[in-house]
Structures are given as structure tokens and as C-alpha cells.
Design a protein around this ligand. Sequence first.
Ligand code: BGC
Length: 737
Amino acid sequence: MKSFVRLFICLLIAGHAQAQSIDSLLARMSLIEKVGQMTQIDLSVLVKGGYCNPVEPLALDEAALATAFGKYRVGSVLNCACGSGSKSPATWNFLIDGIQASAQSHGLMPILYGIDAIHGTTYSSKGTLFPQPLGQAATWNTALVERGAEITAYETRASGIPWNFSPVLDLGRQPLWSRMFETYGEDVHLCTQMGLAAVKGYQGASEQIDDLHVAACLKHFLGYSASLSGKDRTPAYLAERDWRDLYLPPFEAAIRAGARTIMVNSGEISGIPVHANPRILNDLLREELGFKGVVVTDWEDIYKLHINHRVAPDFREAVKLAILAGVDMSMTPNDFRFNDLLIDLVQSGEISEDRIDASVKRILELKQELGLLEHREQNLKFPFYASADFKSAALQTARESLTLLKNEGTLPLAPNQSYAILGPVNHSLTLINGAWTHTWLGRDEAAAQEHGLGMTLAQAAETYAPQHRFSSPFFKGYTLSKEDRKAIKKASSVVVCLGEEPGTEVPGNTQSLELSRAEIDYIKAVAACGKPLTLVLFFNRPRIISEIEPLATAIVYAYLPGDHGPQALIETLIGENNPSGRLPFTYPQSAGSVVHYDRKHTEDFHSDYSTNAYQPQYDFGFGLSYTTFEHAHLLLSDDRLSDTVYAYWTIQNSGTMDGYEVAQLYMQDLYASVTPSVRKLIAFEKVFIPAGEFRTVRFAIDRSMLSLVNAQNQRVTESGEFEIWGNLGNRKRLLVP
Ligand code: BGC
């Protein structure tokens, strides 16, 4: 222990920025220090007031620091202290510098700080907020997602934080699930591409993560989103073939692309909590996928093996199960029982020190790569924090996410007329941002106004549509107020924006996808006024609109577009932005018919045995534009696949407005050894086409794009006939020998 302290002091004195030899560091560490490195605690444990009771303004508590760093040698801290929200980068740096100084004074190497910056730098004041990931996926534009992640990394680093618990690579196939908005939607290919873009943006393109980038954390490995009930952290029932087919590919691709860390699924798959499953955390992740980075638990999840999952009769057994399964770091996060128990388990010989060393080595390697071991001079300035350039990236992402689902000539709204914007979203920044915004649940309107950069819809309407007379009365509940009626009377057309209370995890659980009776009656009352009606939907997940859809003459799905969403929406309503979002999920028409576009043929059978049971409200990949695109017939370069076959076709913007179209390529495996999907997305490209012009899209198809997971759980491409088609739908046969 003493020699370890001396080693660090020497380094500091010399002011060296040289790389440490991880092995020599490890050799000098005591067991307490090693277990400390495997521990992550919440910031609130270190501040005055104590766990979940922080006293504002946050101040570090000397006694707590001495326990965490002096006694337990803790190596990692997370979050913004529950209950406490966003802070300025200066406050963050002040707090984290204080933490690092304390760690150093206790002879510890620097702390690894992690945070959930899942749609921009969510806990830093006046940072750049992007649409939540589901909206990002709706852009079908990987360049925007990569740029967004790059900006998020920069602004997270500006707050002194080098590790981001993002991206969520769970598939959003269960709309009841409270975290659907955190996903890139239901499709494997779209999610994979978005995940790759996010990892590249967060970590940068070079081999090493530099000071302007952060380590990404893929979460929540594996099958977290597949809970049968849709309630957060409840059981998923997935056979190996299922998770290999659907849930694994986005993680696998991101691991192969170099993602540095992974967070474990808090739930269970078929009776085995993932935190206690060595077949997932070791055999699959380490042996098969060759993952070399750090595996962190989710919140308190080792203890939950005992408390909630009940596979461990006590905390000691819980720690043993998780560490032997393959966990490197415990997001403990609010006490030190994990440390005492793990030390005891090693001392009693139930867990070998070699097992501990393997995890600590991975954690030290991550710290080294993030520049923490070198005591690099941290004189970095972040002049672009919240810059106009960053705002315009977030704004463009919001613009390209907005998905026009219906338009009977209502939009765009003509200038020099009066319009009413009604509903709960008008004066709210929480309803456009959702959870993980300034606070965990994102429900604090005052915090959103204080720390956000956004304008409300009402303000955006005034600012960005000076030639349109919008009136945006305050929302007084789901009965038409006097002000609502006055606004409707004057208006040539009415816009109603519906929202959903921000929420995530267990507090975001819902009983139903249906809208409330009050919301439905409100829409009916507005529609009864006889004006053209545009519905704008700011939902955490697709909510059932079948009863009100016929009453609307236009519908825009807005997701949770972030601070710059209102500007993007106003520009879209008045035709300054041509909407180009496409649904990253299948929009169900009724709560009892949640069927995905890549369904099986048997799911097409109706009760009368006709095969048209797939009747979503809107199809996956759907979205309208203010212009029209004509897709020519798809052609294949060959009707037999040797190495690569090219699929190509021409798209004409046949309307009068420039716009983006999303070319989508689908395949169907006609007969296979396991039931094939009716269709699967295998490639896409977003293309900008000026009015009147043509563009040709060309996709290379190789065998891997036509693969399936067979009954032996192997990913293979079987020989046989396939059909390939694009947006127009004309199908070409492709023989795979
Ligand atoms: C969530 C994770 C998050 C972690 C840290 C957990 O409750 O499930 O997604 O990264 O908290 O805030």
C-alpha cells in the first residue's frame, strides 16, 4: 500500500505524462485497493446531506470522502447525486476536481466518472440537447447520430466526465416498456447502424480515445427490453435462438467496432438474472465475442440478486454469483457492503485473486486510455460548448426526426392567417425532452427552464413564424377553456400537441398504450369546432390513436425532440422544413395488436383466416413528405448471388419542394429451415433530392445480409430463393447457391 502511494507521488512530482505499466500497478495493489477499483458509488454518497438527500449547493463531505477513498479505495463515481439536477460545467469541474484531489490525497489513482448523457449532455446546464434516441433513429441518418454523439462527448468532457452510459442498444419492440424512447426502435439493422454511429461519435475514429471523446457504454446486455409484461425489469422469455437473432446483433457489431464498456441487463432471461449468468457474461461476451472492455452492473444490481431476484439467499452469495458470472465493476452504488463481502470471498478462497486481477486490469486499462493514469495536464478549454454550430446539429436532427404520418392538404400552414396551438405541450420543456433531462425522470419544469436552452412551442411560434398568427393559450386541462375556444374561433386551422408525462424505468411503467378518455374527448371537442386539425404527438412510445386519427387532417409524430424540437416543429408546420422522418417502429392500431413489420407469416392470419391481419396504424419505415418521390423499379445486377449483387433504382423528386427520401431495401427468405420473416430491412440510405431531380441509389448485397439463426443457434446463410425489393415494392428473385 505504501509503495503504491509512493509510486503516485513520484509521478506527480515528476509531472510525467507517461503511460503506466498496468501490470506493475496491479502488482503493487492490495486486495482492498483492487476491490475498490471494482466499485462505483453515487455522487450523493460523497456530498453533504448523504445518500439521496443532497444539500444544495452540493459540497463534498470530508468524512464521506475519507470512508470512500481512504478506507474503501473506491475507483469510480457516477451520476449527479439523486435529487440534484444539472450543474454548470464549472460546478462539475469543481466537484470532480475536489473528488480527484481527495482521491489523490488518499494515495489513490484518479477516479473514473460516469454519467447518463443519453441525448446530449443531459445533466450539464445550458448544454446541447438532441432528440431522444428513438427520434434520432427516425432520422434514418447515421451521420446526424454520429455528429450528435460527438457533440455529446465534447460537452460531457467539458464537465470533466470521460464515460457515458450510452447508447441503449436494446430493441424497442415492446411499446409498453417505459424505456422505448431510449431505443433506436424495433429493427435489428436500423438499431445496429445507429449504434455504430453513436459509438463512433462518442469514442472518436482513432485507435485511442482522446480528450474530446468519451468511452461509450453499450446497454443493457442482453434482452433487457424484451420483458413479456412490458414492465421495467421484469422477466424476458427468450430462447437462445431468439436473442441471437434479434437482440445480440447490435451489441455484437458495436463490440467489434471497439466499444469500451458494457452495462448488464437488470432483468432476467428465462429465469436467470443476467447479472448472475456466466453463459452470457463470460462464454458469450468474453469467449465468443472477444470483448476486452469493462462490464459494469446496472444500479444496485448485485444486491438485487438477493433482494429482488432471490437467486442468492444473502448479499454475500449475490456478490459471489455476479463476480463469478463476469462482472468487472459494481454500480453498488450507495454503501460499501460489496467491498467487505468481496474481500471476504477472496480471503476465504471462494473467489480467486486472479479473477479479481482480470477485472481490475480491464478497469486500469480503461483509465489509462482515458488519460486518467497519466495525470495529463487538464488545461483543455471547451470553446464550442453550447455553440451555434452544436445547436444547429441538434436542430437539424430534430427537423429530420419529425415524421409526417397524415396530411390531407392541411400542412404546411399558409402565412398571414391565424392558427391555434392547443394542448399540454405549449409551455413545457419537460414534455419535449422526456426523462434523463436535468433530472433522472425529467419532470422538473423549473429545472428544464433554468438549465435548458430551449424555447417552448409558444415562444418558438412567435419567434420563428412571424408571418403566421399563432395563439398558444396556457393548458388548463382536457376541457376546452375560454381561451382555447377564442383561439379556435379565430383560427383557420388548429394544431393540438399531445404529450406524455416524462418517465423511465419503473416509474415510467404504464398500464396501457391507450390515451386517456379525457385526451380523446378533448380531441373530439376540438374537432367538433370544424376546423382542419393537425395532431402532433410527443410520446415516450406509440400510444393508440385509432379513435382520434379520423378526426385529424394531419398528424406529425414528434418523439421527444429535445430543446430545439419546438423550433423544428414550427418550421415544419409552416413549410420551412420538409419533414423526412420515417417510423423506426411499427405503430400499432390497437393495444392488443402489437405486431412488428418483420413478423412471421403465421402472424398475418386474421380470425377469418384471410392473411391481412397485419393492419398497423402506420407501417415501420413510413413517413410522408411535402414533396412526392417516384421510385423506379428496382433492378439487380444478377439474379444469382456469388459474392455481391447490387440492387439499384432511381428516385425522382417529382414535386415542387426539395426534400430527403429514405431508400429502404427489404428481403424475404422464401423458405428456410426456421420460419422466415415476412420481410426484413437489410439496407437504407437517406438521400437529399432537389425538386425535379433524380438520384440513383445502389446497395451491395452480400450473403451475410441474408442470414438467419438456425435451429443450432448458428448464424448462417442458407441456399435458396430470396426476394428483394425497395420502396416501390416490385420484387426481384435472387438465388443463393
Ligand atoms: C439505469 C441505467 C443507467 C444507470 C445509471 C440505471 O437505473 O437502468 O440505464 O445507466 O441507472 O444512472
